[in-house]
Design a protein around this ligand. Structure first.
Ligand code: RP5
Length: 166
């Protein structure tokens, strides 16, 4: 999706190698009908381009940033240092099982918050749902979409056959 005023959520990842996990956030935003943009930008490798992108997206009307990185995962923290919009951090699995990513993302200094989610795909799905919930405060249609999402998931579970015969 191109950068225009309709984009509500920007999804960032530190490397293309994060995509296999981060796509869970993007797929969930798609399922919820949330207009979004997706970029690979690194806190370390492409710092200036990251700052420029976040400033441009905020000016274009983005309401929430989702940022996923692994290892020395400073991406969400740097994004939060640039924007006052909510930043949702999604730690990636790494050589230390993602504990390094989780701690790098969650241990922000007082004054610059990052709402940090679980390591891996579950965290990405939940970050997308949380982004929709943030949007839902001002736009009830997103709250409705979350309700429908949950109902559909519940219906699917209840329709499952006895696990011993499937
Ligand atoms: C982080 O380093 C990225 O977010 C990724 O999780 C990790 C490894 O990146 P690559 O070396 O695979 O590009 O910055």
């Amino acid at each position: 999706m191109t950068a225009d005023k309709t984009i509500k959520v920007a999804v960032l990842m530190g490397s293309k190698s994060d995509w296999d996990v981060m796509k869970s956030a993007v797929e969930t935003l798609q399922e919820l009908g949330v207009p979004h943009d997706v970029r690979v930008l690194s806190a370390h490798r492409t710092h200036d381009a990251l700052v420029e992108y976040v400033q441009r997206m905020e000016a274009a009307g983005v309401e929430v940033f989702i940022a996923g990185a692994g290892g020395a995962a400073h991406l969400a923290g740097v994004v939060a240092g640039v924007t006052t919009k909510p930043v949702l951090g999604t730690p990636m699995k790494s050589s230390l099982d993602g504990l390094d990513s989780l701690l790098s993302t969650v241990q922000m200094p007082a004054g610059i918050p990052v709402a940090t989610f679980a390591i891996g795909k579950a965290g990405c799905v939940n970050a997308a749902l949380f982004a929709a919930a943030i949007l839902g405060v001002a736009e009830p249609k997103y709250d409705e979409k979350i309700k429908r999402y949950r109902a559909a998931k519940a219906e699917k579970i209840l329709a499952e056959p006895d696990p011993r015969v499937g």
